[in-house]
Design a protein around this ligand. Structure first.
Ligand code: COA
Length: 341
């Protein structure tokens, strides 16, 4: 009998502090109306000064473990998808492992920006099917507010912080993750990026003639984006990948019960739903409450559907995301977890 990867627990966390569009009107030249019309976003959550990405991840992961009715000792591997790790190293996953009281099992980060959860689910599914692990804890966690230039109105209104987690278990039972499709095209790498922080630039003493170790812009890594070009490619690639995954696994768009898109912009979400001919009441929409939380956005949206009692065993659920890189992809799931509530 072959193994199938079933989602058996879900959890999410959003920091307490909320930053509304009205708050942002006091920071940059923008308006609530512009932000809502162009993006759908009304507010975002902002991590507290003393909190780290791993703290948000720990909250979401603990809730997912409780929901699965297991504890950290039952986990065989831990993957954190993040583009805002606590440190350059060690991996946020190992920090999280310690915070959860786990030991010995492997823990590592993956970096596919906003597609991190989609990539992570594909990876976990393959490792479970191969028999390497039985239970994988997968977390998407981001402190995007730490890599934002708060003077740049074209990016600072878009992003927010948060974490979402799932526990995935290998079972012989049919259902669960049907499959995934992943893509990347690095020729687009300059359209959406955050360069390395240069706070620890090489001291002057190390300057050698002919080689400039110095950096001009000391400070934080900040997101730079060519918004409308990203928008255009995102709509095209997401429209293609949802059709591609349904075709690959022998489904039609009318078979899809729920679309769980990356929550970046309501206009991109609507365009993908239109491509599939799906009505918006079958589409997870949480972007208005937390903005673009990068790798946390898909598990946050999935968790919201689950908590509201929308997901039922046997339903076909399609996840998708698009990210800097560009990296994009989709997962198809035959939902098998019992309905909440
Ligand atoms: N408030 C008010 N005006 C703003 C603004 C803001 N926060 N940000 C940009 N503008 C202005 C621009 O300066 C521009 O003004 P101009 O015409 O005088 O030059 C105007 O609004 C239109 O800008 P444009 O970038 O063409 O708008 P848009 O309709 O493409 O919307 C985004 C901008 C960023 C919302 C949209 O491009 C987008 O969502 N892109 C994808 C972003 C994304 O999802 N990235 C992550 C992928 S994972």
């Amino acid at each position: 009998m072959s193994m199938h990867s079933h989602i058996i627990g879900l959890g999410a966390y959003l920091p307490e502090r909320i930053l509304t569009n009205a708050d942002l009107e006091r920071v940059v030249d923008t308006s609530d109306e512009w932000i809502r019309e162009r993006t759908g976003i009304r507010q975002r959550h902002i991590i507290a000064k003393e909190e780290a990405t791993s703290d948000m991840a720990a909250q979401a992961a603990s809730r997912a473990l409780a929901d699965a009715n297991i504890d950290i000792g039952d986990i065989d591997a831990l993957i954190v998808a993040t583009t805002t790790p606590d440190m350059i190293f060690p991996a946020t996953a190992t920090i999280l492992q310690a915070k959860l009281g786990g030991k010995d099992f492997p823990a590592w980060d993956i970096q596919a920006v906003c597609s991190g959860f989609i990539y992570g689910l594909a990876q976990a599914d393959c490792m479970i099917r191969a028999g390497m692990f039985r239970r994988v804890l997968l977390v998407g966690a981001e402190a995007m507010s730490r890599i934002i230039d708060w003077r740049d109105r074209s990016t600072c209104v878009l992003f927010g912080d948060g974490a979402g987690a799932v526990v995935i278990e290998g079972r012989e039972q049919e259902g669960g993750v049907i499959g995934s499709i992943l893509h990347a095209d690095g020729s687009y790498r300059d359209l959406l990026k955050a360069e390395h922080p240069h706070e620890h630039a090489t001291p002057d003493a190390f300057h050698t003639e002919g080689i400039d170790f110095s950096t001009d812009a000391a400070g934080i890594a900040a997101i730079e984006m060519k918004g409308n070009e990203v928008f255009r490619v995102a709509v095209t690639k997401l429209g293609e990948v949802v059709v591609e995954i349904l075709r690959k696994y022998g489904f039609h768009s009318r078979d899809v019960d729920w679309l769980v898109p990356h929550q970046a912009n309501i206009r991109i979400i609507r365009a993908t739903a239109r491509k599939l001919g799906m009505s918006m009441d079958r589409v997870a929409q949480t972007v208005q409450y937390h903005g673009n939380t990068s790798s946390a956005s898909v598990p946050l949206a999935l968790n919201e559907l689950y908590r509201k009692g929308c997901l039922e065993p046997g339903q076909l659920v399609l996840l998708e995301a698009f990210a800097g890189g560009f990296a994009w992809g989709a997962n198809l799931i035959r939902w098998s977890k019992e309905k909440k509530g």
